[in-house]
Design a protein around this ligand. Structure first.
Ligand SMILES: C[S@@+](CC[C@H](N)C(=O)[O-])C[C@H]1O[C@@H](n2cnc3c(N)ncnc32)[C@H](O)[C@@H]1O
Length: 214
């Protein structure tokens, strides 16, 4: 009995699920369908300003970019245009039903330079050393295992590749967002990255942090 309890405690300490609150609405198909409607809301561009994100990311034609946690693929058309026909976009998510929606968008928009890939809560399964820029738009606070994700994102990036986080301020959504921006920066820097730029506001109410792989 004692042994079982200590095994369970060790397992809990080794695999802390830190984003339980943020992921509450994602655990059922119905919940994800509701989230999908929000992500695909036709009015979203007004607040999100996706082209502003693209400009801030400094994407060059021919680059390989990864949209980690692509969801329904909201950013894929924008990323696809930015990398151009010689570039590549990897849209990754851990939810197969989101990826089905993203796949439908890629087909409907005739996006020829995007591939979709199913990752896990600890690993986006990027090709090793292949990615110039990895984006997490409204995704970092959903990571249940940030250290594993960061190690595996770093592994997928080219030397000096960039990791871009766009997320909400904790003060605006205290129940949903796990960390203040400064603590996100500390966590990412402690796991193989160096902060290279900070934008206080993109879209109506998010910040952007850009890191370089060390
Ligand atoms: C709020 S949605 C944002 C989707 C998309 N980036 C957008 O802005 O439209 C959060 C997404 O993160 C995904 N997600 C959560 N944990 C993840 C992880 N460890 N790796 C990859 N994606 C994850 C969810 O499945 C969901 O699609």
């Amino acid at each position: 009995m004692k042994l079982t309890a200590s095994v369970l405690l060790c397992a809990a300490l080794a695999w802390p699920q830190v984003a339980t609150e943020a992921n509450k609405g994602y655990t059922t198909k119905e919940g994800r369908d509701g989230v999908a409607r929000t992500l695909d809301n036709p009015n979203r561009d007004k607040n999100q300003k996706p082209e502003e994100i693209i400009a801030l990311m400094k994407i060059k034609p021919g680059m390989t970019v990864a949209d980690i946690g692509t969801g329904t693929g909201y950013m894929l058309p924008h990323l696809s245009r930015a990398v151009g026909p010689d570039g590549k976009v990897i849209g990754e998510d851990i939810a197969g039903d989101f990826l089905d929606r993203a796949r439908a968008k890629v087909g409907a928009d005739h996006i020829a330079n995007a591939v979709l890939t199913l990752g896990t809560a600890t690993d986006p399964k990027l090709p090793r050393g292949a990615v110039d820029i990895a984006l997490c738009l409204d995704v970092y606070h959903h990571f249940d295992y940030p250290q594993d994700m960061l190690a595996n994102i770093a592994r997928g990036l080219k030397p000096h590749g960039h990791f871009v986080i766009v997320d909400f301020y904790k003060k605006d959504r205290p129940d949903h967002i796990r960390l203040e921006r400064e603590d996100v920066a500390k966590e990412v820097e402690a796991n193989g990255f160096r902060l290279v730029s900070k934008v206080d506001r993109t879209g109506n109410n998010q910040y952007m942090l850009t890191f370089e792989k060390r």
